[in-house]
Write a protein that binds this ligand. Structure first.
Ligand SMILES: N[C@@H](CCC(=O)N[C@@H](CS)C(=O)NCC(=O)O)C(=O)O
Length: 204
């Protein structure tokens, strides 16, 4: 068994981690959970993640949950893969910004819209609407190949997955040409192709 184990379900956010693992290029194993069969609520898995959600990553004795944390953990731990932007780099602030933007600002805005802006009357809403999110991403991606700096990084895995999800799996995000072109570039990556082909096979 490899040192790295992904607790995975398809379709789910763990597909983002699957892609990242392929980008990292280290050996890993997959523990496939069926959300339908509620494997993620069984005592065995709750010992890994008491939240009863996927993904989770085990690396030796270390367990990491939360997609963005897992992506950063992999980027930092396997720095030779070149997917991290380290403290001290001029692009570090931007890297952190987009790593957090995906789960904290973009993802809730997509879910909110997909459910018909279902919850109303709340005093506080800690994220903006999906139109504002998409426009912010559009501006960030104008004239840029990657979301940060001049090379592919873990931030592209987070932002790319979020755009793919918000424009195709749960298509409520405005399809600005900048967002579509960005994803079309990313989906050519061999790591995405390999992970998504494997995931499609798992879905059957
Ligand atoms: N904040 C968590 C969210 C994880 C999450 O909600 N995962 C979904 C699959 S995409 C899940 O496990 N759902 C199972 C359930 O709701 O019971 C992350 O980013 O990893």
């Amino acid at each position: 068994m490899s040192d790295l184990v992904l607790y995975h379900a398809v379709p789910s956010r763990s597909m983002t981690v699957h892609w990242m693992l392929e980008e990292v290029g280290e050996p890993y194993d997959i523990e496939l959970l069926s959300l339908e069969a509620e494997d993620h609520k069984k005592p065995e898995y709750l010992k890994i993640n008491p939240m009863g959600r996927v993904p989770a990553l085990r690396h030796g004795d270390v367990v990491v949950t939360e997609t963005a944390a897992i992506i950063m953990y992999l980027a930092e731990t396997f720095a030779d893969a070149g997917l991290n932007i380290s403290p001290g780099s001029a692009d570090r602030g931007s890297f952190l910004r987009w790593m957090f933007f995906a789960p904290v600002s973009a993802e809730p805005s997509v879910l909110w819209k997909a459910q018909g802006d279902a919850v109303s009357g709340l005093e506080y809403q800690p994220f903006s609407d999906v139109e504002t999110v998409a426009n912010t991403l559009r501006l960030a991606l104008q004239d840029r190949e990657f979301i940060v700096g001049d090379h592919f990084s873990a931030a592209d895995v987070m932002i790319g997955s979020t755009i793919m999800w918000g424009t195709s799996l749960m298509p409520v995000m405005p399809k600005h040409p900048e967002l579509i072109a960005y994803w079309q570039r990313l989906e050519q990556r061999p790591a995405w192709q390999k992970a998504s082909t494997a995931d499609r096979a798992l879905m059957k």
